[in-house]
Write a protein that binds this ligand. Sequence first.
Ligand code: GLN
Length: 241
Amino acid sequence: MKKVLKVCGLVLTMLMFFACGKEEKKAIYVGTNAEFPPFEYLEDGKMVGFDIDLINAIGKELGREVVMKDMSFDGLLPALQSKKVDLVIAGMTASEERKKSVNFTEPYYSANQVIVLQESNNDIKDFADLKDKKIGVMLGFTGDLVITEMGLPSEKYNAAYAGIMALQNGKLDAVVLDSETAVNYVKKNPGLKLAEGKGEAEDYAIAVRKEDTKLLEDVNKAITTLKSNGEFEKLLEKYFK
Ligand code: GLN
C-alpha cells in the first residue's frame, strides 16, 4: 500500500512539474495597433516594425512564442485588462493616467509630440501658434491629450495616416503626432514638414496587467539583457539610423 502511495505521489509530482513547465512556456498574446510606422505597421499584409522585432526578441529571451493581435489603439488597454492579451506594445506612452490602470515596463524609447504642417505654412512654429487653427489629433493618443489640456478644440482621427491625409487635402492646418511617426510620414509625403517646436519628452513602454508582477519582472529582465548584449542597439540602427 505504502509503495502504491509513493508511486502515486511521484506521478502527481511529475504531472505538476509538466503542467507548470507548460504554463511557463505557453504563448504570450500581445496587442498592438499596426498603424504607427516605424514602430508597427503592415507591409504586404504582414505586421512589421521596431516594436514587433523588439517583442519577438523578448519572447525569445523568455522562451515563449509571441502571438500578435492587431486592434484599434483605444481598444488596447481594455483588451489587456479583460485578458484578451497579456502585453501591449504599440509605441504607447507610459503616461500617469494610464499608470492608474496598468503597469509599464522600463521605457524602451523616448519621443515627443511634434506638429506636422504643409510645407507652405509659415504661421505655425510652435504649440503656442496652434490657437484658432484647425488641428488634427488621433483619438486617445497623447497628442490628443496635449491639445485638450491646452484647451484647444481638435478634429479626432482613428489613425495617423487619416490625419495626414486630411492635412494634405487642406482640411487641417496642423496634425499633432509622435515625433518618429511624424518624421516617417514627412519623409514619405513630399509637401509636408515639421514645425520647429517640440512637446515634452514621452517614454514608450510595454503595458502589463497590474497583477502580473512576475511577467513584468521577466520582460524587464529581457529588455536589460537585450540592451546589454547589443541586440537592442541593432534594432535602433535598423529603424532609426
Ligand atoms: N505615443 C502615443 C500614445 O501613447 C501614440 C501611440 C500610437 O499611436 N501607437 O498615445
